[in-house]
Design a protein around this ligand. Structure first.
Ligand SMILES: C[S@@+](CC[C@H](N)C(=O)[O-])C[C@H]1O[C@@H](n2cnc3c(N)ncnc32)[C@H](O)[C@@H]1O
Length: 214
């Protein structure tokens, strides 16, 4: 979901690095200091052209078993499916910035037309209140046509509809069904692969919203 003239605010480092390839800039925010330290480490690997080490992250700890290892195989497949992808990302790595903080505060400062929220809403007990805070700043700062991605549609959309009903947020985003379906398709391929390794229910549930003109 990235392209020229896109300035993206995101959480999740691999995703931020992937988004950087086609966008103008990515500002990656995480509320946890150790996450930011790890993000800086990954950025440094890219900056120095240490691609083998970047791709070898799945072997850095024995904790990566089953589903996590499978996700790393997919991650590495994406970054190495095109021989020059990591070189192109390296050329732009100065446009990747990192910040420890609340992503809604970063959005509030403005300057972004897209937001990659991963599962910030819903992880570690964050829920309704964070959704309300985020949707209000996104409503204020994201320009018409701007896009917002979340990786957990059921939870995110549930909170969003509840917040619209309670008048805690405006109904100023619509689900972009075309992009959501496309990202669902990509995700399904991944899920099938992961389930072939670990037979359990598994799956991200992506949704992409567009800022509407109403
Ligand atoms: C489960 S992880 C998902 C990120 C992961 N690397 C991925 O695959 O997308 C969710 C991340 O969101 C971060 N987080 C939670 N609430 C946040 C907030 N309000 N602002 C920024 N980051 C937040 C957490 O620290 C965590 O690193």
């Amino acid at each position: 979901m990235s392209g020229k003239n896109d300035n993206i605010v995101a959480t999740g480092f691999d995703q931020s690095i992937a988004l950087l390839e086609k966008s103008d800039s990515v500002h990656c925010v995480d509320i946890e200091e150790d996450q930011i330290q790890y993000g800086m480490f990954l950025k440094d690997l890219i900056e120095k052209g240490k691609f083998d080490e970047f791709l070898g992250q799945m072997n850095r700890t024995d904790d990566f078993a089953d589903v996590y290892k499978a996700e790393y195989v997919l991650r590495n497949g994406y970054f190495s499916s095109d021989n020059e992808r990591l070189d192109r990302i390296r050329e732009k790595v100065k446009n990747l910035t990192l910040e420890k903080g609340d992503i809604s505060d970063a959005i509030k400062r403005g300057g972004f037309n897209k937001a990659y929220l991963s599962n910030v809403v819903g992880c570690f007990g964050t829920g309704y209140d964070l959704l309300v805070k985020l949707m209000n700043v996104l409503d204020e700062k994201i320009p018409e046509g701007g896009l917002v991605y979340a990786s957990n549609k059921r939870a995110f959309e549930g909170f969003r509809q509840e917040a619209i009903k309670k008048n805690d947020i405006k109904d100023s985003f619509v689900i972009d069904t075309c992009l959501t379906n496309k990202s669902d398709e990509i995700q399904k391929v991944d899920d099938n692969y992961i389930m072939s390794i670990k037979k359990s229910n598994y799956g991200w549930d992506p949704v992409i919203y567009a800022k509407s003109s109403k």
